[in-house]
Design a protein around this ligand. Structure first.
Ligand SMILES: Nc1ncnc2c1ncn2[C@@H]1O[C@H](COP(=O)(O)OP(=O)(O)OP(=O)(O)O)[C@@H](O)[C@H]1O
Length: 301
C-alpha cells in the first residue's frame, strides 16, 4: 500500500449493461492529490465510473487505470482505494463499532481518533446496530469510514445525501481539514452542487455516459457568463456564441453564454454598459446538461 496520492486514467472506457451504455467511451485523467467533483444528471454514469475505479466491475471495453494498474479485483489498488457509497457498506445486524473495527483492521492508515471524533461531532451512538440507524445516521457511518480510512484514493459517491444541513457542514469541514493535513486524491460525486463546489479543485461533468466538461473548477466556472442590459446591445455583442439561457423583459435582455479562455466578451460588455455576472457551477451544470438533453449532439469541447 502506498501513502502517495493516486491518479486515475480512463481511455475509451465503456460499460454496457444489457442494452444501456452506462459509459460510452470515456477519456479522463483524475489528478493525483486533488479534490475532483464528479457531476452528472441521474443515470449519467457516475456510480458506474466509480465502481470501475474501485475495481468492483470490469469494463466492457476500453481501459481504466488506477496508479497505472488495472484495478479489477486487484488487491494492490483496492488496498489504496476507499469507495463510500450511499447507504454505506456496513454489517447491518451488528453495532456500528464492529464495522468501524473491520475498517480499522483493513485500512493501514485508519485513524481511530478521527473516527471517534467524527462520531462525537455527529452525535452518533456507535453501539447501535447499523440496521436500526436512520438514513442520515447511515450516511454518517459512510462519512466516518471515508475520512478515517485516509486511503490514497478516497471516493464519496453521494455519501452524505441523507444527512441534515448541519451534519453535512460538519462533514465538509472535517474533509477539508483532514485533506489539508493528509493530502490524497478525493473524488466527490454529488447532486448538491452549490453546497460542495467550494471543495472542488477539478470538475468532471458526465452526461449520458460521456465526458461533457472536464477541467480546473475555476476555469469551468469562468466559462459561463450572464450579460444583462439593453436587448439591442446584448444582441450586438453576442454574435454567433452559444446561448445557454435567455430571458427578455421588455427592452432588457439577460443572456447566459459560454465563453472561452481569454475571451474579450466581458470587457466589451462592460464598456457597452452591460451588467456582467459569473454563473455558479450549479447553474452552469443545469444549463449545459439541459441543453444537451434538448440537442443530443451537444457542443464540442
Ligand atoms: N447493474 C446494472 N444493471 C443494469 N443497468 C445498470 C446497472 N447499473 C447502472 N445501470 C444503468 O446505467 C446507467 C448509469 O447508471 P449510474 O448508476 O452509473 O448513474 P448515476 O450517474 O450514478 O445516476 P444517479 O445520479 O441517478 O445515481 C443508468 O441508465 C442505469 O440504469
Amino acid at each position: 500500500m502506498t501513502t502517495a496520492p493516486i491518479a486515475v486514467a480512463a481511455h475509451g472506457l465503456t460499460k454496457r449493461y444489457d442494452d444501456v451504455d452506462a459509459l460510452a467511451g470515456v477519456d479522463l485523467e483524475i489528478r493525483a492529490g486533488a479534490v475532483t467533483g464528479l457531476l452528472g444528471r441521474n443515470g449519467a454514469g457516475k456510480s458506474t465510473l466509480l465502481q470501475l475505479v474501485a475495481g468492483f466491475e470490469r469494463p466492457t471495453s476500453g481501459r481504466i487505470l488506477v496508479d497505472g494498474e488495472d484495478p479489477f479485483d486487484n488487491a494492490v489498488t483496492m488496498a489504496d482505494t476507499q469507495l463510500v457509497r450511499e447507504g454505506g457498506d456496513a454489517f447491518a445486524s451488528e453495532p456500528v463499532t464492529d464495522t468501524l473495527g473491520w475498517y480499522r483492521d483493513l485500512r493501514e492508515h485508519w485513524d481511530a481518533d478521527l473516527a471517534a471524533g467524527l462520531a462525537d461531532a455527529f452525535e452518533l451512538d456507535t453501539s447501535q446496530k447499523v440496521e436500526n440507524l436512520s438514513r442520515g445516521q447511515s450516511s454518517m457511518v459512510g462519512a466516518i469510514i471515508g475520512l478515517a480510512s485516509r486511503a490514497p484514493l478516497t471516493i464519496f459517491d453521494e455519501t452524505y445525501i441523507g444527512m441534515d444541513a448541519p451534519n453535512r457542514e460538519t462533514f465538509y469541514e472535517a474533509l477539508l481539514t483532514d485533506y489539508a493535513a493528509h493530502p490524497r486524491t478525493i473524488v466527490i460525486s454529488s447532486h448538491l452542487i452549490s453546497e460542495v463546489e467550494r471543495m472542488f479543485e477539478d470538475v468532471v461533468i458526465l452526461d449520458a455516459g460521456r465526458v461533457l466538461v472536464h477541467g480546473d473548477a475555476d476555469e469551468v466556472r469562468a466559462r459561463g457568463l450572464t450579460l444583462t442590459g439593453r436587448a439591442t446591445e446584448v444582441e450586438r455583442l453576442l454574435g454567433t456564441r452559444d446561448v445557454l439561457a435567455r430571458r427578455d423583459l421588455g427592452p432588457t435582455s439577460q443572456i447566459t453564454v459560454l465563453t472561452q479562455p481569454g475571451d474579450e466578451l466581458p470587457a466589451l460588455a462592460r464598456q457597452a454598459g452591460l451588467e456582467v455576472d459569473g454563473v455558479g457551477l450549479q447553474d452552469l451544470f443545469v444549463h449545459l446538461t439541459r441543453r444537451t438533453a434538448a440537442s443530443p449532439e451537444g457542443e464540442s469541447r
